[in-house]
Unconditional design. Structure first.
Length: 248
């Protein structure tokens, strides 16, 4: 079981808005010793979003979906989730009570639509404006607005998945190697991969630009004991070869 993200909206795909959810979700997961396995970006197309949700529901992963749960004509997420689950949409009684309490005499059928979810859903509290999100089958649907979405994701992680926090012995370590070329360190990378097959090695080059020096971020991720051993070997070899490096 992994963690996934679905980020919805034509405005993201067209470039009218820049996505901020991916970086924040990685941060929220990382603070709890968790990591993101995958992400999908989808526009406001009902057929494509419904198919995406069918596929992600089949994974059994824990998924956070951002956007499209309002009641305007371009909000399709609630309907697509119901279609993907082959369930009817129902006005959630707790969501109805919250929405009625918020709007009082100004309640309308249109506003109540924001509490209509696939049958069997639970609500996700919204501390910003009280209009809830919803969760069903390990999929957690929150608004596209960061000020609402991020506290709702944090609440979900702490309320429903606290047992998973820091449950895995997983770490990531890296060093910055200055004035290094990937091609000249491939033999070292291959040796680390061969000697420590249970860790994952990564290499991220940065080119010289302006005042920035050429560098290579070189690291490994996996279980702590194996990562520590692999990094000790890697750093020793870098020093022996005369490279200038520093911890990330």
């Amino acid at each position: 079981m992994g963690f996934g993200a679905i980020i919805i909206g034509d405005e993201i795909l067209s470039g009218r808005r820049q996505d901020k959810h991916l970086a924040k979700l990685i941060e929220l997961l990382g603070e709890r010793g968790l990591m993101l396995s995958w992400v999908r970006y989808v526009g406001d197309d009902r057929a494509r979003l419904t198919q995406t949700l069918r596929e992600t529901l089949a994974t059994g992963d824990i998924v956070f979906s951002f956007g499209g749960i309002g009641a305007t004509p371009d909000d399709h997420t609630r309907q697509c989730a119901a279609a993907a689950l082959a369930r009817p949409l129902r006005l959630h009684p707790e969501a109805e009570a919250i929405i009625r309490a918020k709007f009082g005499d100004e309640i309308t059928d249109h506003r109540l639509q924001m509490g209509v979810y696939p049958e069997g859903s639970d609500i996700i509290p919204n501390p910003y404006n009280q209009i809830p999100g919803f969760a069903v089958e390990r999929h957690h649907f929150v608004p596209g607005f960061p000020v609402m979405a991020w506290p709702m994701v944090a609440w979900t992680l702490d309320t429903h998945y606290a047992a998973l926090h820091h449950a895995e012995d997983y770490v990531e370590r890296a060093v910055t190697v200055w004035e290094a070329y990937e091609g000249r360190l491939i033999d070292l990378m291959e040796r680390i991969c061969a000697e420590y097959p249970d860790v994952t090695l990564f290499s991220l080059p940065s080119f010289a630009e302006g005042d920035r020096r050429r560098s290579l971020e070189l690291g490994v991720k996996g279980r702590k004991a194996e990562v520590d051993a692999a990094m000790a070997s890697l750093c020793q070899t870098l020093s022996e070869r005369g490279y200038d490096w520093e911890d990330k």
